[in-house]
Design a protein around this ligand. Structure first.
Ligand SMILES: Nc1nc2c([nH]c(=O)n2[C@H]2C[C@H](O)[C@@H](COP(=O)(O)OP(=O)(O)OP(=O)(O)O)O2)c(=O)[nH]1
Ligand SMILES: [Mg+2]
Length: 325
């Protein structure tokens, strides 16, 4: 038996230059009624999601999108059926939005969106809006001072806002000591930092979340429990195939890193997945995904065009010593 098809829906996250976003309230008598939503609606047979977006924004708001870019695609099972949301950010449009179907509209700063009640399927959309297009992973260097110097130099450039502290060769106590210095350094630069460690170490360091490597991901998946992190804290994971992606989905990870997409000097023996496989896994992820393995900022458009949030990397994003080879 084939699985029932999902209902395809095109959605626009309409942003103004101040960083506010347009939301509408769904009529009470519809599925998910009374909740806030991003304007959009069902993709008609034979229509592309981008065309459906333009038609729906005209029907619902009387505007024509000028600059729309894919943000994320998420599938979600509601009791009444499965929906697949094709989400675009809209940065420019013709006309001025009004609720043509009588629906109340509001402009809300993006950082305040989590305070509104949205349909359950929207959680990954809010996550994607809160995450940057690159995720720096610190190099595996034997000298903690060199890691901190390189991290400071990288953060000073102002392009990195999300960091994974990764020191696989170190003891738990050494990772904690380094994390206690790296966390305030990142926060001073307005960046968030996840520690690749057990959740207690990440919490003890005051980090913004935990990054699960493949082994920890499998352990937590076997327990069937998402690691306990504080409210608003992130849980991320490293994924290499459909099995580990399924584990991350099961734990409700906030985002994942998929690798290796291209050949990488860090793991010279690993067979690259390639961009097509990356795109397939990204579509199935149900959360934002970063491409890792041979990535530089120049690959961000390619990653985004394939459903990714952006790129993750050591060499390609690091501004200090400590990256050999
Ligand atoms: N528009 C929109 N729909 C969402 C969001 N989140 C979410 O789960 N959905 C679901 C609810 C519905 O099952 C489906 C969208 O259907 P819709 O009611 O907007 O469709 P439509 O505009 O074509 O409406 P209609 O012509 O059938 O009245 O997607 C969201 O943020 N915006
Ligand atoms: Mg609609």
């Amino acid at each position: 038996m084939t699985a029932p098809r999902c209902l395809d829906v095109a959605i626009g996250v309409i942003l103004d230059p101040s960083g506010a976003c347009l939301v509408a309230r769904r009529p009470r008598d519809l599925p998910q009624g009374g909740r806030w939503e991003f304007p959009g609606g069902k993709v008609a047979p034979g229509e592309s999601p981008a065309r459906a977006l333009a038609r729906e924004l005209d029907e619902e708001l009387g505007i024509l999108p000028r600059r729309a870019a894919p943000l994320i695609t998420v599938a979600h099972d509601y009791p009444e059926g499965c929906v697949r949301l094709h989400v675009f950010t809209v940065h420019g449009y013709a006309g001025s939005p009004r609720g043509r179907e009588g629906q109340p509209l509001r402009w809300v700063p993006v950082q305040d969106l989590p305070g509104l009640e949205f349909p359950a399927a929207n959680r990954p959309i809010l996550r994607a809006l809160s995450l940057p297009d690159r995720y720096l992973i610190t190099p595996d260097h034997p000298d903690p001072e060199a890691v901190l110097r390189g991290l400071a130099r990288t953060l000073e450039k102002g392009t990195v806002r999300l960091v994974q502290l990764r020191a696989p060769a170190w003891t738990q106590a050494e990772v904690l000591a380094l994390a206690r210095e790296a966390v305030p350094l990142c926060h001073r630069h307005g960046a968030r930092i996840l520690v690749n460690a057990d959740p207690q170490t990440a919490a003890a360091a005051g980090a913004d979340g935990v990054h699960l490597n493949g082994v920890r991901l499998a352990q937590w998946a076997a327990k069937g429990a998402r690691p306990q992190v504080g409210d608003g804290q992130l849980v991320a994971a490293s994924v290499h195939d459909a099995d580990s992606l399924g584990q991350a989905r099961g734990l409700g990870c906030d985002f994942v890193v998929i690798s290796p997409v291209a050949p990488t000097a860090t793991h010279p023996g690993a067979r690259p997945l390639g961009w097509n496989r990356f795109a397939e896994l990204a579509r199935a992820a149900g959360c934002p995904v970063y491409a890792l393995g041979g990535m530089t900022p120049a690959h961000i458009p390619r990653a985004r065009a394939r459903g990714g949030q952006g790129v993750a990397g050591i060499r390609g994003l690091w501004q200090g010593e400590g990256v050999g080879g």
